[in-house]
Write a protein that binds this ligand. Structure first.
Ligand SMILES: [Zn+2]
Length: 297
C-alpha cells in the first residue's frame, strides 16, 4: 500500500540521507547485498531490487532507484551535449508494468537514485537525480544527475549551457565518484603507502592529471592514498617509482621533527606499495614513470 504523499516524501528523503552516510563510510560505493538488504529505521528496506534493475517499492507511487550499466554493449549513454543519462525503459509495455512508476517519477518530479555499476558488484549512487523527459520512440527516459540541469531542461533553456559546464557537471557528479569507487574497491579501501583503512581519510589520487573529462579515468591511473600521503605525493615530498617503491625526498629524510614526519613520512622510505588484488587494477608503470620523473626533477 502506498503511503500518504508526505509519508512518501519522507521515506524517499530518509532513504537518501541514510544512503549518503552509508556510502561515505564505505568509501564511495556499496555492494549488491548491502543495497538489497539495506536497513532503514530498523527495518529492511532495499535500495535496489534483488532481481530487476529498477526499484519500485510498494510504499511509493514513483520509482526509487534504477541501476544503470556504465560499460559494456548495453551501457546507458550519457549525452555529452545535454549531460542527460538515457535510461532504457524496461522490456515490454513502455507505459505499464515497472515503467508506470518510472514515468510517475517524471510527472511528480521526485528525486530518484541512479546506481552506476562500473564493475561487477560495485554500485556507485548518483543522487538526487531526476527523470526529466522521455523518448517513447527510442524507448528511454532522460535523467538529469544535477538539480540545475534538471531545472534547465524542464524550462527548455538547455541550449544556453556552455558545453564546458555540462562536462564539469558530469565529471563531478558521475565520473569522479565512479573513479573513486573503482579505486577504493580495487585497493580494498587501504592506503597503498601506509595501509590506513579508514575511507573517510582516503582519497582516490590520480597518477597523471585527468585530461579527458568525457570519460572515467581508468583505475590504473589511480592510487588509494590517505590524505597525508596524497598531499605529500602531490607536493613531491615523496615519489613512487615504476617498480612500486616509495621514495622520500632526500632533504626531508635529513630533517628532524615530531612523530608525523618520522613515522608518517620518513619511515615510508623504500616501502613497497600495497597493490590491488587483481593485477589488471595495478597502477600503470608508464604513468608512474612519467610522474616519478617529475619527482626526481
Ligand atoms: Zn597513507
Amino acid at each position: 500500500m502506498a503511503l500518504s504523499e508526505v509519508g512518501q516524501a519522507q521515506l524517499r528523503l530518509n532513504a537518501m540521507a541514510a544512503l549518503e552516510l552509508f556510502i561515505e563510510r564505505r568509501g564511495g560505493f556499496a555492494t549488491r547485498d548491502e543495497l538489497v538488504d539495506f536497513v532503514l529505521g530498523g527495518r529492511r528496506f532495499g535500495l535496489i531490487d534483488r532481481n530487476r534493475g529498477i526499484r519500485n517499492p510498494q510504499e511509493l507511487d514513483a520509482t526509487l532507484s534504477v541501476v544503470s550499466a556504465a560499460d559494456g554493449p548495453y551501457a546507458d549513454r550519457i549525452d555529452p551535449e545535454t549531460g542527460l543519462l538515457e535510461y532504457a525503459f524496461r522490456a515490454g509495455d513502455m507505459t505499464g508494468g515497472d515503467n508506470r512508476k518510472l514515468r510517475a517519477a517524471l510527472t511528480a518530479r521526485v528525486p530518484i537514485i541512479v546506481f552506476r555499476k562500473p564493475s561487477p558488484n560495485v554500485y556507485v549512487p548518483v543522487f538526487p537525480a531526476y527523470v526529466v523527459g522521455e523518448d517513447l520512440i527510442r524507448g528511454h527516459v532522460l535523467i538529469a544527475t544535477d538539480d540545475a540541469l534538471a531545472q534547465a531542461y524542464r524550462e527548455g533553456i538547455r541550449p544556453i549551457f556552455e558545453k564546458s559546464y555540462v562536462e564539469r557537471v558530469v565529471a563531478q557528479r558521475v565520473h569522479q565518484p565512479m573513479f573513486r569507487a573503482q579505486v577504493m574497491s580495487a585497493y580494498s579501501t587501504t592506503c597503498a603507502i601506509c595501509r590506513l583503512k579508514h575511507p573517510e581519510l582516503l582519497d582516490a589520487a590520480h597518477i597523471i592529471a585527468d585530461r579527458d573529462h568525457n570519460s572515467v579515468a581508468h583505475v590504473s591511473n589511480g592510487l588509494a592514498l590517505c590524505k597525508i600521503h596524497h598531499a605529500a605525493y602531490d607536493q613531491r615530498f615523496l615519489g613512487i617509482s615504476p617498480d612500486y617503491k616509495v621514495h622520500v625526498n632526500a632533504r626531508l629524510l635529513d630533517e628532524v621533527d615530531g612523530p608525523m614526519l618520522k613515522h608518517g613520512i620518513q619511515d615510508m622510505h623504500e616501502v613497497e606499495l600495497t597493490l590491488p588484488h587483481r593485477e589488471a587494477d595495478w597502477p600503470s608503470r608508464d604513468f608512474l614513470d612519467e610522474r616519478f620523473a617529475e619527482f626526481q626533477a
